[in-house]
Ligand binder design. Sequence first.
Ligand code: ADP
Length: 195
Amino acid sequence: MLTIGITGGIGSGKSTVTDFFAQLGIAIVDADIVARNIVAPGTACLEKIALHFGPHILDHNGHLNRRKLRDIIFTQPSERAWLEQLTHPLIQEATQHALSLTTSPYRIYTAPLLLEVGQNTRVDRVLIVDVPEALQLARAGARDGATSESIRAIMNSQWSREQRLAKADDIIDNSRDITHTKTQVETLHQQYLKL
Ligand code: ADP
């Protein structure tokens, strides 16, 4: 089955575009949701993380405290490596499983770091959701109530606009109004149905 990989920088409009495809009946597998599910309370993976880092890595509801974990792995590369050797194979397996369950005419895999982690080789086409950086900052800021500094930090951990666009098979320009974006999704949808 044809798999379209959707990616784009923070605030570019990946969720917005993905929602439009979902409204057209297309199955979506979201890398963020897969990654969250494998460390849900009660999973063997979360148990191993709590054993390794200590119980303070969980919040009072038994959920992973992602902020704490992020702080540790950003400053300690060996801890990051430990976490990745645990989670990456599980994420891979869960993604494959989720994709195997899809039944729509084609399917979408959406991942903020599709290109950065080399997952573009696992999809048939790369669709980039594109906006100028100033719009990324404005929209992500309005959505998250975050400072432009913290959004910049995330942008700096992602590929640049130019790097991304160089890998695109298809591009959605999300710099104008929502209707303009929806029309582009509908056009691509018709093309994908024919592939
Ligand atoms: P991403 O998933 O790439 O981080 P989102 O789809 O969440 O981006 O979009 C970021 C913010 O911008 C959201 O609040 C969304 O509602 C808004 N947004 C997305 N596309 C447009 C658009 N074409 N015009 C105005 N606002 C938009």
